[in-house]
Write a protein that binds this ligand. Structure first.
Ligand code: ATP
Ligand code: MG
Length: 330
């Protein structure tokens, strides 16, 4: 049987270079290796940290264009909208009975939020995010989940829930495995946090040439002015060297060597912007083409329909295992 992949993103903004190296690259590889691909647009998850929903619909469209621009092929990858697959919400309710609040509170995202806000202000939806994400993965009985490092605890949660469900109701689910890339956490231009849509520290796949040049030019460095790789003493410059390496065919050593003795970051930064722009050029071209030629609504309707069919199959097994089929009634 073909292995199944579930992966996805929140429609909170455009995709960036962190997504590319952290997850999209793996998705494209798995897609061409012939895996059965389901790509979730996690619109319900948007609500975990904001109630302003005015951009969600626009962001869904942008996300699909981002996918198409990097080579995700809707004929091979089912792209679907989370909230339109009610089976996912149904499974979430069942799974939420199988885990205690102590365990859910151990989730690092929840812990961080508790630290930041005192905990009492956290929405129940944010608190249970790991369980909701588990439902998304398990409803497809996914084998592999290509994600960035920040998602690992959620996959662990999903595996726990598989054991608990199978133990209580019989074997329905398989334990999914996380698939990390070689760069599971690309830092942002601030070098403090991971590159993230919501932190203003990202280079987006849809950024123009000029925007990339400006972002690199104003990226934080240090006053030492030498291009050396030292994550501890020179985190900002090291992060820029890492980007240079990831989007060119040069090793870190080769890059450092190239700028040996140069007493300013100007030339290095100009070259880095060029490297990134060269990488983004074909992506920009494909995006423009997709905007003209592709029927986004149709891609989403077809992908969502497939997702409903597949998750309904799982839910029939779940209801049967739980004795919630009620054959004598319905
Ligand atoms: P937000 O700030 O709204 O949470 P995000 O940039 O974190 O957005 P998500 O949609 O939450 O993006 O994440 C989608 C996927 O991309 C996840 O698997 C996540 O681990 C991965 N990812 C996001 N940012 C990075 C990064 N900087 N490096 C590697 N992987 C990343
Ligand atoms: Mg995120």
């Amino acid at each position: 049987m073909k292995k199944r992949i579930l992966t996805g993103d929140r429609p909170t903004g455009s995709l960036h270079l962190g997504h590319y190296v952290g997850s999209l690259q793996n998705r494209i590889q798995l897609q061409s290796d012939g895996y059965e691909m389901f790509n979730i647009i996690a619109d319900l998850q948007v609500l975990t940290d904001r109630l302003d929903t005015k951009d969600v619909e626009k962001n869904i469209r942008e996300l699909v264009l981002d996918y198409l621009s990097v080579g995700i092929d809707p004929k091979k990858t089912n792209i679907f909208i989370q909230s339109r697959v009610s089976q996912l919400s149904e499974l979430f309710v069942y799974l939420s009975m199988l885990v205690n609040v102590g365990r859910v509170g151990q989730n690092p995202t929840v812990k961080e939020e508790t630290k930041a806000t005192g905990g009492g202000n956290m929405s129940l939806g944010m608190f249970s995010l790991g369980v909701s994400q588990s439902a998304d993965i398990l409803a497809f009985n996914a084998d592999l989940v290509p994600v960035g490092e920040d998602q690992l605890p959620h996959i662990e949660q999903a595996r726990d829930l598989v054991r608990s469900f199978n133990h209580n109701f019989g074997d329905v689910f398989r334990e999914p495995e996380a698939m990390l890339s070689k760069t599971p956490r690309l830092l942002g231009l601030d070098a403090q946090n991971k590159m993230s849509k919501s932190r203003g520290n990202a280079i987006f796949l849809s950024d123009t040439k000029e925007v990339v040049e400006k972002k690199i030019k104003t990226a934080v460095t240090d006053s030492d002015s030498s291009v050396r790789y030292d994550e501890e003493k020179k985190p900002e410059v090291s992060n820029l060297i890492m980007m240079y390496h990831l989007f060119s065919d040069m090793s870190i050593d080769e890059i450092v060597k190239k700028y040996e003795g140069v007493k300013s970051y100007k030339e290095f930064k100009e070259d880095l912007a060029e490297v990134i722009n060269k990488f983004l050029d074909p992506i920009r071209e494909r995006r423009e083409q997709a905007e003209k030629e592709e029927d986004i609504a149709r891609i989403l309707r077809d992908g969502t329909q497939r997702a409903i069919e597949e998750t309904e199959k799982t839910m029939q097994k779940v209801r049967k295992a739980m004795k919630y089929e009620y054959r004598s009634i319905f």
